[in-house]
Design a protein around this ligand. Structure first.
Ligand code: PXL
Length: 271
């Protein structure tokens, strides 16, 4: 018998394996963390249509069933960390938020996946609003990218490290969560550096790493980052240590990325 750290991901399937639950599980495994999944949706890119998202939600009752059995099998003393990836619809969001309010987790790591290409814009807006209203207040750790940081902070532009820091502070203030805001390719000054900003109640830190990927589009970095944070929290690290090490884990995964006939490379967590 083993005493293992456990983590749950509530996320979608991305069939090619680059993002979503597949990336989360590989990341958990690489950290020695036993993973379970409640699947929220199935995404199959359409190679006949510019690799746009084909998106099919899992029925809310089936999501509830998965969460019921997972939380029945593993009590709070054993499973205390959940990572939230693509939720995708208001119905999914209310179902998940209901379970999270009932069965409290010590750590709720939210990758606030707001926009899914190929979803109808009106439906996407309802989903964004539901996420902000029902899930953000339950999060203990949030990992917004550029667009998500704009939406969650209410700022008009994020083009400098100072603006990214302000966005992260605002998101921390409205949610109470630790925030790791990702600069991506959107910061004007730092072409050679991938800059992220970490903010919690006690500290504000700028995290910088050499930019990798040679300009290639690399999918799965956001999922991998949040999953690595969740895995490290499950192993007992502090949120800041988890953030710093998760960023390094993603850098290594981008360096070792996998290419295919798809128009994007994918992170390899096993580097
Ligand atoms: O990277 C965001 C993301 C998360 N989850 C699923 C996805 C994607 C992007 O395609 O398909 C299931």
């Amino acid at each position: 018998m083993q005493t293992l750290p456990l983590a749950l991901t509530i996320a979608g399937s991305e069939a090619t394996g680059g993002a979503g639950a597949q990336a989360d599980l590989r990341t958990f495994q690489e950290h020695g963390v036993f993973g379970c999944v409640a699947l929220t949706c199935i995404v199959s890119f359409d190679p006949q249509d510019g690799w746009n998202h084909r998106f099919v939600p899992v029925e809310a009752g089936v999501i509830a069933d998965q969460l019921e059995v997972i939380t029945s099998a593993y009590g709070p003393e054993q499973l205390d960390v959940v990572k939230l990836g693509m939720l995708g619809t208001p119905a999914t969001i209310t179902t998940v938020a209901g379970v999270l309010r009932e069965r409290r987790f010590g750590h709720v790591v939210l990758d606030p996946v707001l926009i899914c290409k190929g979803q109808e814009p009106g439906a996407a807006l309802d989903t964004d609003n539901a996420l902000q209203e029902h899930v953000l207040p339950l999060a203990t750790f949030v990992t917004p990218n550029h667009f998500e940081a704009l939406a969650l902070s209410g700022m008009d532009a994020i083009g400098t490290v100072e603006e990214l820091t302000e966005a992260a502070r605002r998101i921390h203030e409205r949610s109470g969560a630790a925030v790791l805001a990702k600069g991506g390719v959107h910061l004007r000054s730092n072409c050679d550096e991938a800059v992220d900003v970490y903010v919690d109640a006690d500290r504000t830190e700028v995290l910088s790493a050499p930019r990798l990927g040679d300009g290639a589009q690399v999918a799965g970095a956001g999922c991998t980052l949040a999953a690595a944070v969740a895995a490290r929290l499950a192993r007992g690290e502090t949120p800041f240590d988890a953030a710093r090490a998760a960023k390094e884990f993603v850098s290594r995964g981008i360096e070792a990325r996998l290419s295919s006939s798809a128009p994007y490379d994918v992170v390899w967590q096993g580097a």
